[in-house]
Design a protein around this ligand. Structure first.
Ligand code: SAH
Length: 351
């Protein structure tokens, strides 16, 4: 490793950020050796803040209807081949009940932007979950809404919100999304959510079409500015029924490197080792944890709908029951010397 890389990594650890040029150099001139050093530092920080605990979140993919048309996403509106489904409130509660028995204390409701779930219906579902399991955290991941809608979700008891910013460079954002979606509104949502008291997660895909290291530097600077509680990053993986069907997937190498960088930037951040990372490599999630990640999100969706929430091709775990997913992840986490914990797993960052 060159002295320059080590100095940059040490500086990032000390200051929590770098200048634009320094971030650029860190990415452009990274090597296997500098990555190993980065992961060692990321693990040291993660152990100081979170020990060897890995938090789990039960992911409930409750609808794959979507009014948006993001070019990368398999459940985009214009994918007429996607077989659409919605879960009823009772089905969602059944998933939570099964998850609770398995030790989950955070539920994540994720879906496309589906107008069927009006504010009123969402508020009813949120209240029902929080009334029945007051000791659990509830995370929503259902896209862009007005500030008033976010406020009603918060008042109904939702604790956290995941909304990946997807691309912090406006030009790159426009290359991934149709004109009716804007980076400006995406950012507005994130700031609204934060002001309303949600624990907020942003994030982006690694290796999405047209992404350059310049784009990633912009993503890192935005993360620095927003100071989120959570950051979701995973490799882009093409879906065969999208405009990006023939695009190259993102690499595990770059994804791991960025997990390490983000851990150094935000020591207390909640950083998932994502399903997409597990999809591009059989032990991708384990490697993610060893690069600084501290969260896993096993699937609690009913097996009958699992294979329909296809954001990208070859998604793993589509045939497994919730209990199998949980036990499989527990084995994986323990195989590298960590442990899954039964807790809400709140962020240790002061909001
Ligand atoms: N509708 C919600 C949830 C989106 S799905 C929202 O707008 O936030 C969750 C995440 O999956 C997205 O934010 C996106 O970053 C990721 N994703 C979508 N398509 C993908 C693909 N082809 N490869 C990898 N990740 C993808």
């Amino acid at each position: 490793m060159t002295g320059g890389q080590k100095a940059l990594i040490d500086k990032l650890e000390r200051q929590g950020t770098l200048s634009r040029d320094e971030f650029q150099a860190l990415l452009d001139f990274r090597t296997q050796e500098s990555a190993q050093y980065l992961f060692e530092r990321a693990r040291a920080i993660r152990h100081a803040v979170y020990g060897h605990d890995v938090y789990m979140r039960g992911l409930i993919e409750f609808t794959n209807y979507c009014k948006n048309d993001c070019y990368y996403c398999g459940i985009r509106r214009r994918n007429r081949q996607a077989e659409r489904y919605r879960l009823t409130k009772e089905q969602i509660l059944d998933c939570c009940a099964a998850g609770y028995e398995l030790g989950f204390r955070t539920f994540v409701l994720q879906g496309g932007e589906d107008p069927h779930y009006t504010d009123e219906r969402m508020v009813d579902i949120i209240r029902a979950i929080k009334t029945r399991w007051p000791d659990c955290a509830l995370t929503l991941s259902i896209g862009e809404k007005s500030r008033g809608t976010y406020r009603s979700f918060r008042e109904a008891g939702a604790d956290r919100y995941l909304l990946r910013h997807e691309a912090a460079d406006a030009r790159h954002y426009a290359q991934l999304h149709p004109a009716e979606l804007s980076l400006e509104n995406r950012k507005r949502c994130l700031y609204d959510l934060k002001e309303l008291g949600f624990q907020v997660g942003c994030g982006f895909m690694v290796g999405s079409p047209y992404q350059t290291n310049e784009c990633i530097v912009e993503d890192l600077l935005f993360i620095r500015e927003l100071q989120p509680h959570m950051v979701g990053i995973g490799p882009f993986i093409p879906h065969h029924q999208t405009p990006f069907a023939a695009a190259q997937p993102g690499t595990m190498e770059m994804t791991l490197f960025l997990l390490g960088v983000i851990r150094l930037m935000l020591p207390g951040v909640l950083l998932p080792a994502t399903t997409a990372l597990g999809t591009i490599h059989p032990t991708g999630r384990e490697k993610g944890i060893l690069a600084g990640a501290n969260v896993v999100m096993p699937n609690l969706s009913p097996t009958s709908v699992r294979d329909k929430y296809m954001l990208y091709d070859n998604k793993i775990c589509t045939g497994d029951e919730a209990a199998e997913c949980r036990m499989c992840l527990q084995r994986r986490v323990e195989s590298i010397g960590y442990r899954l914990t039964v807790s809400r797993g709140d962020s240790k960052i002061e909001a």
